[in-house]
Design a protein around this ligand. Sequence first.
Ligand SMILES: *[C@@H]1O[C@H](CO)[C@@H](O)[C@H](O)[C@H]1NC(C)=O
Ligand SMILES: *[C@@H]1O[C@H](CO)[C@@H](O)[C@H](O)[C@H]1NC(C)=O
Length: 389
Amino acid sequence: MRGLVVLVTLACFATAQHQALIDYLERRLLAIEDRISLWHEQTTRYASELRELKQQMVSQLENLDKEKEALRMNIDSVGTRVDRVERELDYLETQNGAQPCVDVDDKLIEQQVTGVKEKQKSKYSQLSDCSDMISSIKAMKILKRVGGQKGTWTKDTNRASGKVYIFNGTEDDIIHAFASVQDFTRSSGMSLSSTLKLPSAWRGTGHVVYNNYVYYMSQADELKVVKHDLQNNSLTDSAVFPVQDHVPVYGLTPETVIDLAVDEEGLWAIYATQQNERYISLAKMDTSSLDIEQMWDTNCPRENAEAAFVICGTLYVVYNTKQPGRSRVQCVFDVNDMVTSEDAPLVYFPKRYGSHSSLKYNPHEKLLYAWDDGYQILYKLTMKKKLEI
Ligand SMILES: *[C@@H]1O[C@H](CO)[C@@H](O)[C@H](O)[C@H]1NC(C)=O
Ligand SMILES: *[C@@H]1O[C@H](CO)[C@@H](O)[C@H](O)[C@H]1NC(C)=O
């Protein structure tokens, strides 16, 4: 009996202990469940916060996009306005001082033209059958920047030569010669060039290289045209330019007193005199004797002219503004009287906001070799036929 009591007591004790363990475990479980539900709650909260953040970011990005778009539209409209102002300025210039060719004095021009025609019959006759005129500037290529702000560069018009000559600045007695345009392009500075020393200093930007001769203006006491043989580096000839009281031919390039040009027809001199100082004059020269074959007074003003060139017997004068803007061909004079400024398109050079100190035409390539603020640039021209009359 006593043994049984002990047994029951033991069993009770064990049960009580068991119960305590179970209680303990239950409490732990509850605590863990609590924590799990807390985590769960927190995770959901984080997830929803994250979602909110994402939504905010998306809407802010959308706003940014909208602002970007608005900014772009603003810039576009400012661009259009600048273009419009530029065109208006160009238009005003055409209306005011720089107006070169339209309605100058028709009678005067007619007289000049008939005068020219009469003279023409006796003297200058066209050598080539070219009848091209510029229609536009098709492309521009900036090749290099060597030398100072002003200068001249040109290729020998002799196809076989291909040599390129650099006249750096507006007064010197040396020129740099490159074997080809490619050599010029890959040369670091003047490193690949050979240097030629001429017997007298050249002045201005009026030089040309024609069939292995360089023709340049030299001004010791008189203004002379010098012809120098580049093959054996010897002076061939020089002649006093037979014009008294000359004035620098371009209003915007005062260093250049007389500009020389080469076209399909040969050698030309572009000049101005005190007697007719508002306008540019033109002369056809004989390349071997350096004689003047014929002279013309054009109706192209000197004011705001920066450079000029001749193509198929037509003089194209390029105008700019004192604050360099867009260069444009705004006056044309044809010695064969087939093109007038009215027929000729107003040819704009690509936007660069520079000024050309020289523009040299190469008749074989239909390219202009330009020097613009130290940059050597090639302009490719598109041509069309002159109007027949
Ligand atoms: C080119 O001429 C400018 C002055 O017009 C001078 O400063 C420069 O050194 C010259 N450059 C070369 C390569 O001769
Ligand atoms: C240079 O060459 C030309 C022919 O190309 C020749 O008439 C002239 O005499 C030569 N001058 C000298 C100094 O050798």
